[in-house]
Design a protein around this ligand. Structure first.
Ligand SMILES: Cc1cc2nc3c(=O)[nH]c(=O)nc-3n(C[C@H](O)[C@H](O)[C@H](O)COP(=O)(O)OP(=O)(O)OC[C@H]3O[C@@H](n4cnc5c(N)ncnc54)[C@H](O)[C@@H]3O)c2cc1C
Length: 504
């Protein structure tokens, strides 16, 4: 594929879910200046997945790139602020039944060193406080239902993410893209036609019309119509290390206080998400169909939520867990569920959508709009998917829940990567995790501090020599840390006020 003729620079996106509309906006933003035009085809008969309501901090950059302010998009998508994720009941170690995975920020530099030091001492059996919640500002903001937005003029900017209604976000992004000139075609793609060299020449709609293009972006969801079905690119399943393959989504009414965190609570055969929006709460159960039936899972979720009236609708979904071997093949790039899905535990899917498009644009333009850098691009994305997978697999591998086969099977599963095995070995043997993460060059996926939060948050420590105290981060220092964090937290707006955009 070489696109030099300005008359033939046509990008065709198949699929109008969140991935399709994010791709349309970003590709327009980066490539319209080179004369590319964009068409997006969406079947009115094939629904979007309609879930996916939590983000990572990366989504802030997406809106910044497009010049869209929070007060514009957040109210339109019933969005709220997210300081991080609380993991509840993943560990049965006393004192570790819950921990918070923070998005590390500048103020944490004052306190995180104490946490890392105490983790090391505790790994050596000393009796020190090494629970992550005490050391991160965003954990306190979440506990006190505060937003990540400072009061008055910002003195310290901290890292945060969002919760939003995914259907509304799709509609919002569609409007922006169409207004900026993206050509929207509502039709089903029934066939593809190739050039002699095997590249895609056109997609054929159910009306018989053929839409030609030079570059095709497959955003058709788990169907992966162009990349996996038409170009037959192979899929690497993660099912041997991530057992969950199904989900149920079920909304419930808002609570009195809108939380500024996602809750992820371990259940009998998976985990439940709780995502607070401004008008409702998004709930769901991600589970493994090998261990529990859809009916039993629905009953368990209903019982947990107190929604026993079956008039409250439940949406059942199947998930294909893994990634394609090549995200960009010939003149086709897959973005979103069509390229793979790791499972939603750390809400990383839209992060990967964004990263796929941004990396693609870099590689595509560096190669003067050819496939010159396709191989490096694919290697980079594969490493990224596998790196995130390992962090998520670790949540299951190190669980200490008893009582049923699902959790035991996860704990005893030996299908884990060498990378993860090395991290666990390093942690258990008292090695330096930061050095190990740097040695493996995986800090870009999850930094050492996130690995500490996870491993310490589950209480993965040896028995303590209770008599021994360690003179690292002592109780006096901890009180200083508590005071410092509370003083910082006092400067942040309550979540409810930060969401009143009209009056800010
Ligand atoms: C249970 C669950 C929870 C999740 N939670 C999160 C989360 O918290 N955070 C996060 O970032 N992500 C999450 N995700 C992932 C997130 O939902 C998706 O990454 C995101 O919605 C993008 O989906 P998509 O656009 O790739 O696919 P879809 O939403 O499935 O869209 C596919 C599009 O392709 C179109 N299409 C398909 N075939 C054709 C055809 N033949 N012709 C024309 N059009 C066609 C459809 O009409 C549709 O518009 C979750 C996913 C699941 C399953």
């Amino acid at each position: 594929m070489t696109v030099n003729n300005p008359n033939t620079k046509k990008i065709v996106i198949l699929g109008g879910g969140t991935a399709g509309w994010m791709a349309a906006n970003l590709l327009h933003h980066y490539l319209a200046q080179y004369g590319f035009t964009i068409s997006l085809i969406e079947s009115p008969d094939i629904p979007t997945v309609g879930v996916g309501e939590g983000s990572t901090p990366q989504l802030r950059q997406f809106f910044k790139t497009l010049g869209i302010a929070e007060q514009d998009w957040m109210p339109a998508c019933n969005a709220t602020y997210k300081n991080g994720i609380s993991f509840v009941n993943w560990s049965e170690k006393p004192g570790f039944d819950e921990y918070f995975h923070a998005f590390p920020s500048a103020p944490d530099r004052q306190t995180a060193a104490g946490f890392l030091q105490n983790c090391m001492s505790r790994r050596r059996g000393f009796n020190v406080d090494a629970h992550p919640n005490r050391y991160f500002l965003s954990a306190t903001l979440a506990q006190q239902a505060l937003s990540p937005k400072p009061k008055g003029q910002a003195t310290v900017a901290i890292n945060y993410a969002y919760h939003f209604d995914s259907v509304l976000l799709g509609k919002y992004l569609a409007k922006i893209a169409i207004n900026s000139g993206v050509n929207y075609i509502q039709a089903r793609c029934d066939k593809c036609h190739n050039h002699a060299n095997g590249e895609i020449k056109s997609v054929e709609l159910h009306t018989g019309e053929q839409i030609e293009g030079q570059l095709f972006i497959d955003c058709s969801g788990f169907r992966s119509v162009l990349l996996q079905q038409h170009l037959a690119v192979k899929f690497n399943s993660y099912q041997d290390s991530l057992f969950n393959d199904s989900a149920i989504a079920m909304p419930s009414n808002s609570e009195h206080v809108i939380q500024s965190q996602t809750l992820s609570t371990a259940l009998s055969n998976g985990w439940a998400w709780k995502i607070p929006l401004t008008n409702r709460i998004g709930n769901g159960y991600v589970y493994s169909s090998q261990f529990i039936s859809a009916d039993e899972a629905e009953q368990e979720l209903r019982t947990k939520l107190g929604l026993l009236d079956h008039a409250d609708s439940a949406k059942h979904l199947s998930m294909k867990i893994g990634r394609v071997q090549q995200h960009w093949a010939k003149n086709c790039l897959a973005v979103g569920l069509s390229q793979g899905f790791i499972e939603p535990l750390e809400a990383t899917a839209l992060h990967l959508v964004q990263e796929t498009i941004e990396s693609f644009v870099s590689a595509f333009s560096a190669g003067r709009f050819t496939q010159q850098h396709q191989q490096q691009f694919n290697q980079r994305l594969n490493a990224r998917f596998d790196g995130i997978r390992d962090y998520i697999v670790c949540h299951y591998k190190i669980n200490s829940r008893d009582g049923n086969e699902y959790w035991r099977a996860n704990r005893h599963n030996s299908n884990i990567s060498d990378s993860l095995q090395n991290i666990l070995q390093c942690w258990d043997q008292g090695g330096d995790i930061t050095t190990e993460i740097n040695r493996q060059q995986i800090a870009g996926y999850y930094p050492a501090v996130s690995w500490h939060c996870l491993l310490a948050g589950y209480g993965r420590f040896p028995e303590m020599h209770t008599a021994q105290r360690q003179t690292t981060t002592t109780d006096d220092n901890l009180q200083l840390i508590d005071g410092f964090i509370q003083e910082c937290a006092n400067n942040f707006q309550p979540h409810a006020s930060a969401l009143k955009f009209g009056s800010n």
